[in-house]
Design a protein around this ligand. Structure first.
Ligand code: PMP
Length: 354
């Protein structure tokens, strides 16, 4: 830290993204990307948009907003487009949290929440998950905090039923509830249908996972018109051109090619079941996942050892050092071939180490 760095960030610990290694070709199962390329129309649309990149992108994201609204059955005024859903999560901390509206989220959840809270000087409560790593909805009833819930949760993969989400939203009418649905397309139920009934609900989604556009950086939020207006106040005060023209064009095509997305999600869900079964045969405990990853631990081989041994064999997974989950690894579901390579490597690792 230099002597110029603002005091307000002096104690900030930044988010640690999963590695994007260049030194060697890994089977990359560490950042929950899609193993499939973007929809064919998306790449062509981005290439076409690149021809006009001397112009600023549309700050209203009008065409993309309309495509998202149509697909989600909401009005374009209930949609905001962002540079990856990380951006809207930060906007939500900026717009809806302060000393009078502290934040609350689980102890084991998306690692960016505490970082955004610290970045924005927002006090926050950490609510421990139950012993089985599920969320206890009772902990969030009438909490009087701005609530952030990843549903399904990461890195556990566990899902809270929509009825529980609704109970939480309904019991906190004077606080915003942000439901982060980055992984919703892999078998979970979305809370988007609730936004017309609750003016305190913000649902966030991303193109990074099910729509294969992680590198394009595109996400969106859905909420009642008034909340979207607040979020736009923050967006226009930071970066009105937050979504670039190539990504915007790719996003429209990706949103319109629902069949492609659904086909890919179906394959991932099949591969998830296959991988879960394979891991269990090797003695792993695997949490029931509704996402494009599984969270698994072995009773005899430490999480750290599994991570390092896989890495040596050219397979990258995600290991967290948090005490409660250090025996686990989060493994992105890839193609069947990638999963076979993973299971083959783990067979050897568990035989040698156990
Ligand atoms: N929420 C959760 C729970 C995530 O795991 C991620 C991916 N790291 C995000 C949000 C952000 O994804 P993106 O910014 O790529 O949309």
């Amino acid at each position: 830290m230099t002597r110029f760095f603002s005091n307000k960030y002096a104690s900030l610990t930044p988010y640690t993204p999963g590695e994007q290694p260049k030194e060697r070709k890994y089977i990359k199962l560490n950042t929950n990307e899609s193993p499939f390329p973007p929809a064919p129309g998306a790449v062509a649309a981005a290439a076409e948009a690149a021809k006009h990149v001397q112009l600023y992108s549309d700050p209203e994201c009008a065409v993309l907003t309309k495509a998202i609204a149509e697909r989600m059955n909401v009005s374009p005024k209930e949609v905001i487009c962002v540079n990856g859903s990380d951006e809207i999560l930060n906007f939500a901390f900026m717009a809806f949290c302060d000393d009078k509206h502290p934040a609350a989220f689980a102890d084991i959840t998306y690692g960016f929440y505490p970082v955004f809270a610290q970045l924005n000087g927002v006090p926050y409560d950490i609510i421990p998950l139950k012993d089985d790593f599920s969320i206890d909805p009772a902990d969030y009833i009438g909490l009087n905090r701005t609530i952030f819930i990843a549903n399904p949760n990461a890195p556990t993969g566990l899902m809270l039923p929509l009825s529980d989400i609704e109970r939480i939203v309904a019991s906190n009418p004077d606080n915003i509830v942000v439901v982060d649905e980055a992984y919703v397309d892999f078998g979970a139920e979305s809370a988007v249908s609730l936004i017309h009934r609750y003016d305190n609900l913000l649902v966030t989604q991303t193109f990074s996972k099910s729509r294969s556009l992680a590198g394009g950086r595109l996400g969106f939020g859905i909420a009642c018109e008034a909340l979207i207006r607040d979020l736009n106040t923050v967006r226009y005060s930071t970066n009105p051109y937050n979504v670039n023209s190539m990504t915007m064009a790719a996003g429209v095509a990706a949103m319109q090619d629902d069949d492609y997305m659904k086909r890919n999600c179906r394959i991932i869900m099949e591969n998830r079941a296959y991988t879960t079964e394979g891991l269990k045969k090797l003695g792993f405990e695997v949490l029931p996942s509704m996402t494009n990853f599984v969270f698994a631990r072995h009773p005899k081989v430490s999480g750290d050892t599994v991570y390092s041994a896989l890495r040596e064999k050219g397979i990258l997974v995600r290991h967290f050092t948090l005490e409660r989950i250090r025996e686990f690894n989060r493994i992105t579901i890839g193609t069947k071939e990638q999963m076979d390579a993973l299971l083959e490597a783990l067979k050897i690792i568990t035989e040698v180490q156990a």
